[in-house]
Design a binder for this molecule. Structure first.
Ligand code: PEP
Ligand code: MN
Length: 336
């Protein structure tokens, strides 16, 4: 719900009115950058409805979108998210690469050096792995975080890793520059509140069967808890199609860029499950307006401990980076 105030209202009357709204248990959020004096009202709709005929009110806009803080209506300019020295959002198109899972110190040092040489902007690697089977490799935990952060700091790459349990936050905070909330935890609301009440940026991946509204509401949980450094990530959804691991929803990118000020990344690795489809879908993601990519790259994909089939070789990654740079130039985007 949005309230538009009459144009001739003096500032004291406006403040009195805002107090009345707050007394009615509505949270009042200013809308910067709009010509009209508009505020979003966060709270029960019936509480806002009472103000429809208030003498100071020009219009009450009954907007049914339940997310407010992440909506572009509230915040027309793009949010920029800082992952260490890397800025995500705005004009830049950034690429974060690395293996699905952190395996060994040598693997991490090798891949960090290779993707750095190819021009990547950040390093990924899972130390806590959400695996479908309890018998699959579950990640090295704290030791994995150390391998990841050593490789990132040696090659000047900020690092990203997944958080599965709030208990692990202190360890992650000691080693990473951004937290990833994986698809399987997109609606783990207590985890969302936890990552919302700390200061590291959060890459929030879309759930396997989550609607875009549910994704934005999950982001709203994080922002509402106090952390506005949120990046959304489209990573493919479950559909009837079985030829690819998931169906990468590029509609989502264009839709999200209209509806929210948060940056949007695309993960074509989980989105397709097939390494040979990663380059074309990466280029499509750039063309459709994504702010960057999260790509699985492994020094030796055939021997990867997880997700080898969708991981690029360092050579394929390097070729893709060159192609992305040429495409970015043609469409007026900037790759740092
Ligand atoms: C991952 O990035 O390694 C991962 C597990 O992704 P998702 O949560 O999208 O499946
Ligand atoms: Mn993976």
């Amino acid at each position: 719900m949005y309230v538009v105030l009459k144009p001739d209202l003096d500032p004291e009357a406006q403040n009195r009115f805002i107090d009345e709204l707050k007394n009615a248990h509505l949270e009042v959020v200013a809308l910067p950058g709009l010509d009209r004096r508009a505020f979003a009202l966060v709270g029960p709709p019936h509480a806002a409805e009472r103000f429809a005929s208030h003498p100071y009110v020009e219009e009450l806009i009954r907007d049914e979108a339940p997310y407010k803080r992440v909506a572009r209506a509230l915040h027309p300019h793009d949010t920029l998210v800082s992952i260490g020295s890397l800025t995500v959002g705005g004009d830049a198109f950034v690429v974060i690469g690395g293996p699905c899972a952190v395996e060994t110190p040598e693997q991490m040092q090798t891949i960090a050096s290779q993707i750095r040489a190819a021009g990547a902007h950040g390093l990924r690697g899972g130390a806590y792995k959400p695996r479908s089977s309890p018998y699959s490799f579950q990640g090295h935990g704290i030791q994995g975080l150390v391998m990841l952060s050593d490789a990132g700091s040696r090659y000047g790459l900020p690092v990203v890793s997944e958080i599965m349990d709030a208990q692990d936050l202190p360890h992650l905070a000691a080693h990473v520059q951004a937290l990833q909330v994986g698809a399987r935890n997109m609606q783990n609301f207590s985890l969302l509140k936890t990552v919302g009440s700390q200061t590291l940026p959060v890459i929030l991946k879309r759930g396997l069967s989550a609607t875009l509204e549910e994704l934005l509401l999950a982001a709203e949980y994080i922002v509402n808890a106090g952390n506005d450094q949120v990046i959304l990530c489209e990573r493919g959804i479950r559909t009837f199609e079985t030829a690819t691991r998931n169906t990468l929803d590029l509609n989502a990118v264009a839709w999200l860029k209209n509806k929210t000020h948060l940056p949007v990344l695309v993960d074509p690795s989980h989105g397709t499950g097939l390494a040979e489809l990663v380059p074309p879908l990466s280029k499509a993601a750039l063309a459709v307006g994504a702010d960057g990519l999260l790509i699985e790259v492994h020094p030796d994909p055939t021997h990867a401990w997880s997700d080898g089939r969708q991981s690029l070789t360092p050579e394929a990654f390097s070729r893709l980076m060159r192609e992305l740079r040429s495409l970015a130039e043609v469409i007026g985007r900037h790759m740092p």
